[in-house]
Design a protein. Structure first.
Length: 111
């Protein structure tokens, strides 16, 4: 009887222990979540542009179709090629992220 009572008590307490301290899932329908993911991809393009510039490769721009994505990404790529102050991968990532967040009007992603 003692074991059954202990088992019952443990099974009632388990869900409350598991649920404690975990953040809920991010709603993918939120515009901020979408902007954060987009700026992460733009940051990756900025890093690739830095490596291409560093190796003397020509600038690769996206075809601009009137969307914000191609316009923002191309602006960042052009600036990375023009600015010698962007001299490390970390600076390229930071520049890409900051410029994207500024142009999209979103808050920076939490680290």
């Amino acid at each position: 009887m003692k074991t059954a009572g202990l088992f019952l008590l443990a099974s009632l307490m388990a869900p409350t222990v598991w649920a404690h301290g975990h953040a809920g899932p991010v709603d993918d329908g939120m515009p901020d979540a979408e902007r954060i993911r987009f700026c992460e991809r733009v940051r990756d393009h900025a890093l690739q542009a830095f490596y291409n510039r560093d190796k003397g490769r020509p600038m690769k721009l996206f075809d601009e179709d009137g969307s914000d994505g191609a316009r923002i990404t191309n602006r960042i790529i052009r600036r990375i090629y023009e600015e010698p102050q962007i001299s490390s991968p970390k600076k390229a990532e930071a520049f890409g992220r900051a410029t994207c967040n500024e142009m999209m009007g979103s808050k920076p992603a939490p680290e």
